[in-house]
Ligand binder design. Structure first.
Ligand SMILES: CC(C)C[C@H](NC(=O)C[C@H](N)C(=O)O)C(=O)O
Length: 308
């Protein structure tokens, strides 16, 4: 089976011109990394972890370095990953002082009898796995500091339809053996309460992967996504025989009409068809398949190029 990888860089308001280029490049780098892993015989799990790691390391995105700040000005991150082969899943929430939460989520999946570790327990586990602790300030950028300041000035009551220029990241992949996987990682929502956990680490909301159906990674207003279980809901429609396009429209439409919640998703089925959809103003994305790289940010623009 020909491998496929699709990545997203969050639901966003309209992105400024100079940032757009950096965001686009980040998407291309991540999709290329994921695709190369698959081409070299890596698994779908390897590919989504690799793609998301690239984006966690990129300060343009709301994950890893560049994460949005909580009310105390600190970075607290959520991430999850799932292997569609056996439905194994790993997640971490409210983790601080590590560079790559998605790697920790994968270790939870593979090295513990559990699915989900949080806060101090997750930190202890990270240390026991040899993941270096870094100063929390290393994850903070000038942009994220300004963003929090602005939010506090505007006393930003967090509305379900709030649209900020953020950049939660995610990936879905299909490998040559027919396995699918997803990974999603985020700093959450700016000015959030300490200890707030969003949809991203919750399997069924922030993503889902099942070889019998497909894989999905979501972004958007976490409280809304949690309430509708956006990821599993979308795959449910796929299971029921809807096209990918219909499934994405139905689940995002339900979240919008029922809760005024906005978001976006990348969706891949077991035969390698994919779709990207969002109800936020924009969503950076890229997809690599058959040696071609498709990418876009706004509705009206899709670029297709040859992969290196
Ligand atoms: C306003 C939305 C569309 C922006 C979007 N946020 C998230 O995805 C946050 C994540 N789901 C959570 O709630 O923790 C982003 O970061 O791009």
């Amino acid at each position: 089976m020909d491998p496929v990888v699709v990545v997203h860089g969050g639901g966003a308001s309209n992105i400024s011109k100079d940032r757009k280029e950096r965001v686009r490049q980040g998407m291309v780098r991540a999709a290329t990394e994921g695709y190369n892993i698959l081409k070299q015989g890596g698994t779908a799990v390897d590919a989504v972890e690799g793609a998301v790691t690239v984006l966690e390391d990129d300060p343009e995105f709301n994950a890893g370095r560049g994460s949005v700040l909580n009310v105390n000005g600190e970075v607290e991150m959520d991430a999850s990953i799932m292997d569609g082969k056996d439905l194994s899943t790993g997640a971490v929430s409210a983790v601080r002082c590590i560079a790559n939460p998605i790697k920790l989520a994968r270790l939870v999946m593979e090295k513990t009898p559990h699915c989900f570790l949080t806060d101090q327990g997750a930190a202890k586990f990270a240390a026991s796995m040899g993941i270096p602790e870094i100063p929390g300030e290393q994850l903070v950028t000038e942009r994220s500091k300004k963003h929090l300041e602005k939010e506090k000035q505007e006393k930003g009551a967090q509305k379900a339809d709030c649209q900020k220029n953020l950049g939660t990241v995610g990936a879905v992949a299909l490998d040559s053996k027919g396995n699918v996987a997803y990974a999603t990682s985020t700093g959450g929502i700016v000015n959030k309460m300490v200890g707030r956990v969003g949809d991203t680490p919750c399997v069924g909301s922030g993503g889902y992967a099942d070889n019998d159906i497909g894989a999905i990674s979501t972004t958007g207003h976490g409280e809304s996504i949690l309430k509708v279980n956006l990821a599993r809901l979308t795959l449910f429609y796929v299971e029921q025989g809807k096209t990918l396009e219909e499934a994405a429209n139905l689940s995002l439409g339900y979240m919008k009409s029922r809760l005024k919640g906005l978001g976006g998703l990348i969706l891949l089925n077991k035969t390698g068809d994919w779709v990207v959809k969002w109800t936020s103003a924009a969503m950076p994305w890229a997809a690599a398949k058959d040696g071609k790289l498709h990418s876009g940010i706004n509705l009206d623009e899709t670029t297709i190029a040859d992969l290196p």
